[in-house]
Design a binder for this molecule. Structure first.
Ligand code: PLP
Length: 360
């Protein structure tokens, strides 16, 4: 069966090369006679896999030496709790609410500390990023939290907020490795890998070492203390071995493609094709303020729910899958992560043109 163009927001399309290589190695990884899935996480071979993966992501993102790279589990959602649990000192944090995921993170944090919601774009269905140049942030907050790319609404911070010297924590689940990033501007960067980086089940957290506390409240579960995994090189317990192995392959694929500068260029090119079409269409309309548009998630509507449903169904029949918008917003959303080929975006736009002619 031919592969479809998969516009899922996550789990999402992965590079075909990576999948093929993994398939070739499925029964016998590098002559050891077993799959990585069957391998002890304490073996030399797996240690090499995780070490190489860490080195490759360090190279790609230019991660400074004073940052730890942790391969974790529990989804990005578990870090919604781990972040306040580990960073709590004064017991207060500032959250910028730009969508469901930031909202959920703030609600979770509120179980452990006082949350100040210093800005929000809820007034316009999260269709923009609020001005974060001069936020009213208390001096004693432990950190400022953002969701850098809002998967559901298709917005992205193209400029980081002015945290007024406070530690910046960012959930980058849906923009991980999609463009170059200056890691030194963040205290913590984390994300689930199931969009741009690998299969569901792995969370990567990049944490400045001085933010990993020696001691936390005694009620914090051992597995949620960053120090537990930082001291153990992400091997305190059995890690998601196969997922880490695939992430490692994706890192090598990105390196081969030319690194994050090349990824950005490729992603800009793809997104431009779709946004240019939306800006000129009489039927389809993008839902995001142009200056805050994401390169990764592109939501759009016709304005008629029945027509939207027809579009999604006909697109699926044409091999363009998973274009239905998030259940909380409706309409359509095309997620065009790193691994989506430019041909996929062109095929989508061609289909939209045809649909527009037939349904105008
Ligand atoms: N943060 C963002 C930006 C997301 O898009 C998602 C999931 O789509 C999550 C967090 C939740 O991730 P997980 O399902 O890994 O907990």
């Amino acid at each position: 069966m031919a592969r479809v163009y998969n516009f899922s927001a996550g789990p999402a399309v992965l590079p075909e090369e990576v999948l093929k290589e993994a398939a070739d190695e499925m029964l016998d990884y590098k002559g050891c006679g077993m799959s990585v899935m069957e391998m002890s996480h304490r073996s030399k071979m797996f240690q090499q896999i995780i070490d190489e993966a860490e080195q490759d992501i360090r190279d790609l993102m230019g991660i400074p030496d004073n940052y730890k790279v942790l391969f974790l589990q529990g989804g990005a959602s578990q870090q919604f709790a781990a972040v306040p649990m580990n960073l709590k000192k004064n017991g207060k944090a500032a959250y910028i609410v730009t969508g469901q995921w930031a909202k959920k993170a703030a609600a979770e944090a509120e179980k452990y500390l006082e949350v100040q919601r210093v800005a929000s774009s809820a007034d316009k269905t999260f269709s923009y990023i609020p001005d974060c140049s001069d936020l009213d942030i208390d001096d004693d907050v432990d950190y400022v939290y953002i969701c850098e790319n809002n998967t559901i609404y298709g917005t992205k911070y193209h400029e980081l907020p002015n945290t007024k010297g406070h530690t910046l924590v960012a959930d980058v689940s849906s923009c991980f490795l999609s463009e170059p990033v200056d890691v030194s501007k963040y205290g913590v960067i984390y994300g689930g890998v199931q969009k741009n980086v690998g299969p569901a089940g792995v969370v990567i957290a990049i944490i400045r070492e001085d933010l990993i506390p020696e001691e936390v409240d005694s009620t914090v579960p051992t597995m949620l203390q960053w120090k537990t995994q930082a001291d153990a090189g992400s091997l305190y317990n059995t890690p998601p071995c196969y997922g880490i192995y695939i992430c490692g392959k994706v890192f090598k694929w990105i390196k081969k493609m030319g690194g994050l500068d090349a990824m950005k260029k490729r992603n800009e090119e793809k997104a431009k094709i779709l946004y240019d079409f939306l800006d000129n269409s009489k039927l389809f309309k993008g839902t995001v303020v142009p200056k805050d548009r994401s390169l990764m998630n592109v939501p759009f509507v016709t304005g008629d729910a029945d027509l939207d449903a027809k579009f999604v169904a006909e697109a699926k029949a044409a091999g363009l899958e998973n274009l239905k918008g998030h259940r909380t917003v409706g309409g359509m959303r095309a997620s065009i992560y790193n691994a989506m080929p430019i041909e996929g975006v062109k095929a989508l736009v061609e289909f939209m043109e045809k649909f527009e002619k037939e349904n105008a």
